[in-house]
Design a protein around this ligand. Structure first.
Ligand code: ASP
Length: 351
């Protein structure tokens, strides 16, 4: 099915003024066949990055959009789509999830992930896993093969032993770039007693609305560079960094402690359900009124296909693909708020 899906028709443009990418939802309610939204984190963004580096990130985002879009276009579920998109970003060393994850103070990868089906509110999550190549898939197994939601560290590894998931040595996750970031972080710690504002985000997330109207959300991360042993961020905590119900799906990125403190994802959903706010209003309120500047960003997708992607950092890696009735799918990716060239998505197989 995926092979038959021709993603060459997905035009990926990066431009300011596209409602989906700036969070504007003032247009009349769309009635899409399906929608996919992704983020690749709101940190480690260098406005002076070379055009080649930025283009590589756009291609990575496009590949993740392609994987999730292929599922949705073939009539697949929102849960399948978000897992597929997140797996692509976990495998990409450019993002802080799976290979290339941010490292703990001990120089190891300890990975967190969560997935939730908004139509059933069934969720699965893992935290502190060290040998699972794609933590999002283990989180999905927690959702589907147990009656529990969150498995931690040794317990999660033991659960992985019982499942058919690909395992790797912890060193497989460690990249020179993340090692350098950790070394710099440690050097900073020597001169200051603490680092107030960790600058290395880069978590990945995906949201989908499928042709049956079901919402889903998924988030995967290595956490923050230099995090202490056993630290758990917002990403695997349902309601903090990841959430979906019948109204909206949310995936967050940024300083996890802030997102936990304010239960950002579920509070956003409550504002829509109980207060009648639009996804745009609720998402912007959480990022700009509740959280502090530079805390991070989020993506949110409502049941009508409206998208919001606010952030208070320099930028946020992000993308949207959607299929309106009787039209070809269209996709967009963005990093900062400025206009960039158009690219065309390739199928994962044809890369
Ligand atoms: N929110 C993640 C955490 O605190 C980090 C990130 O978004 O990059 O674990």
């Amino acid at each position: 099915m995926i092979q038959r899906f021709c993603l060459q028709t997905l035009m990926v443009s990066v431009m300011l003024g596209i409602c989906a990418l700036c969070g504007c939802t003032s247009k009349p309610a769309p009635s899409p066949d399906w929608v996919l939204v992704i983020h690749g984190g709101a940190g480690t963004l260098d406005p002076d990055a070379s055009p080649a580096e930025l283009q590589a990130y756009r291609q990575s985002l496009a590949a993740a959009l392609a994987a999730g879009s292929a599922v949705l276009s073939a009539g697949g579920s929102s849960v399948d789509a978000v897992e597929a998109a997140v797996r692509v970003m976990e495998d990409d060393p450019g993002f802080n999830a799976g290979k290339g994850a941010a490292l703990t103070i001990d120089g190891r990868a300890e990975l967190d992930a969560a997935i939730i089906d908004g139509s059933t509110m069934k969720a699965g999550a893992v935290t502190g896993v060290t040998t699972v190549k794609n933590p999002i898939s283990l989180a999905r197994m927690v959702k589907e093969k147990t009656r529990f939601i969150l498995f931690a560290r040794d317990g999660a590894e033991r659960f992985a032993d019982e499942q058919r998931v690909e395992r790797v040595d912890n060193s497989w996750f460690v990249t020179p770039r993340r090692q350098k970031m950790l070394d710099e972080h440690k050097a900073q710690l020597q001169t200051r007693s603490s680092i107030d504002q960790p600058s290395t985000f880069g978590t990945v997330g995906a949201l989908a609305l499928d042709i049956q109207g079901r919402l889903a959300a998924a988030t995967s991360t290595g956490g923050l560079t230099g995090k202490m042993f056993g630290r758990i961020g917002d990403s695997p905590l349902i309601g903090s960094g990841t959430y979906a119900n019948a109204f909206v799906a949310v995936s967050c990125t940024g300083t996890g402690e802030q997102f936990i403190r304010h239960a950002v994802a579920s509070t956003l959903a409550a504002r829509i359900e109980l207060k009648g706010e639009s996804v745009d209003q609720a998402a912007n309120h959480m990022i700009h009124n509740v959280l502090n500047k530079d805390d991070g960003g989020l993506i949110a997708l409502d049941r009508h296909g409206h998208v919001a992607m606010p952030y208070s950092t320099v930028g946020m890696y992000r993308g949207v693909a959607r299929k309106e009735r009787s039209a070809n799918p269209v996709g967009h990716v963005a990093i900062f708020a400025e206009q960039s060239p158009v690219i065309i998505l390739q199928t994962p197989e044809s890369k």
